[in-house]
Each structure stands twice: as structure tokens, then as C-alpha cells.
Ligand binder design. Structure first.
Ligand SMILES: N[C@@H](CCC(=O)N[C@@H](CS)C(=O)NCC(=O)O)C(=O)O
Length: 293
């Protein structure tokens, strides 16, 4: 075991120093807004405030899937929330998500406007709003789907906040922390790999909100799209997860959903704001920047 930094916790922890690492500037031990800022509102009843992180992508994929399945009332405006700049702490955003994390959704089609936060809750809300789309009908199958949806909500923080933080973002590498969260991440990948052995999707032949929740995290882990850790995790051994992840990544709706609220990477893959289906053709960042010249 490598030498550990010398640290004795004080009696009462105080917020004195930035703890270092990426995202340190947005970490705070208190909740609530830091500044007044109203959120913009577009023409559709569904207003999404988000960013194309794995948690954000779950919702844009669901909305694109609903539209492709013919639910035209799932048309939406998607607004970019730049979390590195603290936009999640604006008063308008905190009003719809007191937890200050993307994604957050407003539905203005209801008698009283409905706010929804937490990606799992948004997926379930949309599935129920659109007649049980991407949610099995049969009670036992539905229970299985919800079990995997909630599995994701409980498990991904070990992959993201645990493994990803200590492997990729922490200001120095701590063997104890990396070991602990690598162990758990690999265990979770093995859970998925065993489960997917004889199944096309998480709940059998039907593609559901459980796949939409799990894929952006665990599909990204095995395809090296987060933390550049596929080799370290020896991801190639999770062959069923790799097969499942590839199949989902090929869906046109998933390709579109991944572009929405993306503000990094290739310009032609970034649709920072989405207000209309035609925006994929005309408003990607490469097109917007070429119009400036
Ligand atoms: N459990 C939440 C997690 C959401 C979350 O952690 N969002 C991150 C981006 S992936 C965020 O907004 N972070 C900003 C912050 O922590 O200040 C969900 O699934 O919606």
C-alpha cells in the first residue's frame, strides 16, 4: 500500500480550503441559491434544463425515443446548464431542483406546472405521462424494470462519485480509495454482465427506461467514454455488457439524445440547445460557428 497523506480529522469539520481536483470550485457544504437568475422558457410544454453528462443524457435519449415512437407531445426545449460555472445554483434552477443538480424538467401541460428532478424520477414521470411507454405493462415485468432503474440510481454514484472521482479527478491518486471503488465498479459490471447473458436488454426483449438509465454510465465505462478507464477496469471481459452497450449506442434516437446539451467534444456533435427537431440539421455548433464567419 502506498504511503497515506498525514491527516487527523478535527472535532468539527470546517469549510476552509478548496479540496482540490476537478469540480472543486462548485463543491459547497450548503444548499440553496447563490444568485438570482430566472430560467428561460421556450414554446413547448416540456422544458428541460440539463447538460449532456450521463445523468443528463438519460432524459434526452428518453425524449428522442418518445418522439421517434410517435408521441409528438414529447416535443421539448432543452436549455444548457453549465455546472462548471455554477448555473445549477441560480434561483430559477434551485426552484425546480432544490438539490441543484442536472437534469431538471418542467411540464407546463399540467393544470398546475409540474417540476420533476432526479433523472430516474424524470424517466418514470415521462413513461407514465406517455401511456406507459418504455415501461412494461405486466406487473412482474414492470417491477423488474423499476428494480433495475432504482439499482442504477443507487449504484452509479459508486462508479461516478467514487471510482471516477478518485481515478480521474482527485488532485492525487490514493490507492486505498481507487482500490475500494474499482472493486465495487467491477462488481457492478459483473452484475450486469451476468444479467445480460441471455437477454437483449435489461428486462428481456423490450428496451425500457432501465436501459436508458443504465447505459449512459455502464455503457460509457466499457466503451471508454468516461474516465479513460476501460483498460484499467479490464472492460473487455464484460462481453455481454459490451454487446448490449453497442446495440443501444447504434440507435438513431440515442445518437440524437447524446448531442443535446453537449458543450464539449466535436462541434458537429454538439447541440447546445434544442428547441425543434430540425435543430439537429441546422443548429449544431459547427453550423452555428460557420455562420459567424
Ligand atoms: N441522482 C441525480 C444525480 C444528478 C447529478 O449528480 N448531476 C450532476 C451532473 S452529472 C450535477 O448536476 N452536478 C452539479 C453539482 O454537483 O453541483 C440524478 O440522477 O439526477
Amino acid at each position: 500500500m502506498s504511503k497515506l497523506p498525514d491527516y487527523t480529522p478535527p472535532k468539527v469539520w470546517k469549510w476552509e480550503n478548496e479540496n482540490g481536483g476537478q469540480f472543486a470550485n462548485i463543491n459547497r457544504p450548503i444548499a440553496g441559491p447563490t444568485h438570482e437568475k430566472e430560467l428561460p422558457r421556450g414554446k413547448h410544454p416540456l422544458q428541460l434544463y440539463s447538460l449532456a453528462t450521463p445523468n443528463g443524457v438519460k432524459v434526452t435519449v428518453m425524449l428522442e425515443e418518445l418522439l421517434a415512437a410517435g408521441y409528438s407531445e414529447a416535443e421539448y426545449d432543452a436549455w444548457l446548464i453549465t455546472i462548471r460555472e455554477g448555473e445549477q445554483f441560480g434561483s430559477g434552477f434551485v426552484g425546480i431542483n432544490p438539490n441543484s443538480k442536472i437534469p431538471a424538467l418542467m411540464d407546463y401541460s399540467t393544470a398546475k406546472p409540474t417540476r420533476v428532478f432526479e433523472s430516474g424520477s424524470i424517466l418514470l414521470y415521462l413513461a407514465e405521462k406517455f401511456g406507459g411507454a418504455f415501461l412494461p405493462n405486466d406487473p412482474a415485468d414492470r417491477a423488474e424494470c423499476l428494480s433495475w432503474l432504482f439499482w442504477q440510481m443507487g449504484s452509479a454514484p459508486y462508479l461516478g462519485g467514487g471510482f471516477g472521482h478518485f481515478y480521474a479527478y482527485a488532485p492525487f491518486k490514493i490507492e486505498y480509495c481507487i482500490d475500494r471503488f474499482t472493486m465495487e465498479t467491477k462488481r457492478q459490471l459483473d452484475v450486469l454482465n451476468r444479467h445480460l447473458e441471455n437477454k437483449k436488454f435489461m428486462c428481456g426483449d423490450e428496451y425500457t427506461i432501465a436501459d436508458m438509465a443504465i447505459w449512459p454510465w455502464y455503457g460509457a465505462a466499457v466503451s471508454n467514454s468516461i474516465y479513460e478507464a476501460a483498460e484499467f477496469l479490464d472492460a473487455k471481459i464484460y462481453t455481454n455488457v459490451i454487446r448490449w452497450a453497442g446495440e443501444i449506442a447504434d440507435r438513431p434516437q440515442v445518437k440524437r439524445g447524446r448531442m443535446v446539451n453537449r458543450a464539449t467534444g466535436p462541434l458537429e456533435k454538439q447541440l447546445r440547445e434544442r428547441h425543434d427537431a430540425s435543430d439537429f440539421e441546422t443548429k449544431t455548433q459547427d453550423k452555428l460557428e460557420s455562420q459567424k464567419d
